[in-house]
Design a protein around this ligand. Structure first.
Ligand code: C2E
Ligand code: MG
Ligand code: MG
Ligand code: MG
Length: 282
């Protein structure tokens, strides 16, 4: 009896595992199709980054969105992870780069100079086709490299460290900016931080979401902004959800603020509408 019960449990356990595995394969397969079709299932949302000194929005972060053909939304955390595990990330990032650079080019020709940040993975940086493809897109769409920022997390930055740093240096030489995303929750030692060829530190939102309420977060954020500036980096805070936190960040001399207090990430047209009615909040 006990053995049968065990067997029963094992059966269901394995069955559950298989189903999860199948579901993952199905999502990757659908994602591959969505990339090839490029029929609107995948699109970029743009979230304003406020230049705290000027009070103007001169930059956005491009964030991918996916609505499956059955109507379900899939979170980027989930499908980016699957894309990384399956290697599809390289193709996905090429789509993102093509889409965002084209959009920045369209805005330029409409008279709007808007910088844009693109999230990439370690595998993209290691891919020898990444830089030539980016260069090609910039030329095709008439976009100066300095309008584009590449965001990489600490984990992505330290994978294949030496080759990664060489690749980042080549990107910097092209003129794009490099940003260290989700800073403060990963493993970057201070010794390593000074070695990285970055232009921008992007504080993780865990330190910002309750900045107005937490003395500890205020200490961490203030000292990280000072450290970043001393090392020559621009400092961005993500997850700014209220005006008190924004005021504190201004007092702390943070350079850029991003978060729901300004706007959620929006499709290009809605972002332009939002920008048209934006009034300075700092
Ligand atoms: P991330 O690059 O750190 O992006 C910031 C995330 O915080 C975004 O989630 C954004 O919508 C969210 N966020 C912005 N403001 C606030 C706020 O005030 N409060 C809170 N609670 N959240 C805020 P999202 O769009 O779901 O993306 C999650 C992650 O997925 C991103 O984290 C990034 O790592 C990855 N990702 C998104 N788009 C892409 C992409 O095109 N390529 C790659 N490789 N990764 C992407
Ligand atoms: Mg990011
Ligand atoms: Mg981040
Ligand atoms: Mg993140």
């Amino acid at each position: 009896d006990t053995a049968a019960q065990d067997g029963h449990e094992v059966y269901f356990y394995q069955n559950g595992e298989d189903e999860a595995h199948l579901e993952r394969l199905e999502i990757i397969d659908e994602l591959k199709q969505a990339l090839q079709l490029d029929d609107g299932q995948l699109f970029m949302a743009y979230q304003p980054k406020l230049n705290i000194n000027s009070g103007q929005v001169d930059k956005v972060e491009a964030l991918i969105r996916w609505q499956r053909s059955n109507g379900d939304w899939v979170s980027p955390e989930l499908f980016i992870d699957l894309a990384e595990q399956s290697g599809l990330i390289v193709e996905l990032t090429q789509w993102v780069v093509r889409t965002v650079v084209a959009q920045v080019g369209v805005w330029l020709r409409e008279g709007l100079t808007m910088k844009a940040a693109i999230n990439v993975s370690a595998q993209d940086i290691a891919d020898s086709a990444f830089l030539p493809h980016l260069e090609d897109m910039l030329a095709t769409h008439g976009v100066p490299a300095k309008l584009i920022t590449i965001e990489l997390t600490e984990r992505d930055m330290i994978e294949n460290e030496e080759r990664g740093i060489a690749a980042l240096k080549a990107l910097k030489a092209l003129g794009v900016m490099i940003s260290l995303d989700d800073y403060g929750v990963g493993q970057t030692s201070l010794g390593r931080l000074k070695m990285l060829p970055i232009d921008e530190l992007k504080l993780d939102k865990v330190f910002i979401l309750k900045l107005n309420e937490s003395h500890q977060d205020q200490c961490i954020v203030q000292s990280t902004i000072s450290l970043g500036h001393q090392l020559g980096f621009s400092v961005v805070s993500e997850g700014v959800e209220n005006s008190e936190s924004l005021t504190l960040l201004k007092q702390m001399r943070c350079d850029y603020a991003q978060g729901y207090h300004l706007s959620r990430p929006l499709p290009a047209k809605e972002f332009i509408n939002w920008l048209g009615s934006y009034h300075e909040v700092v």
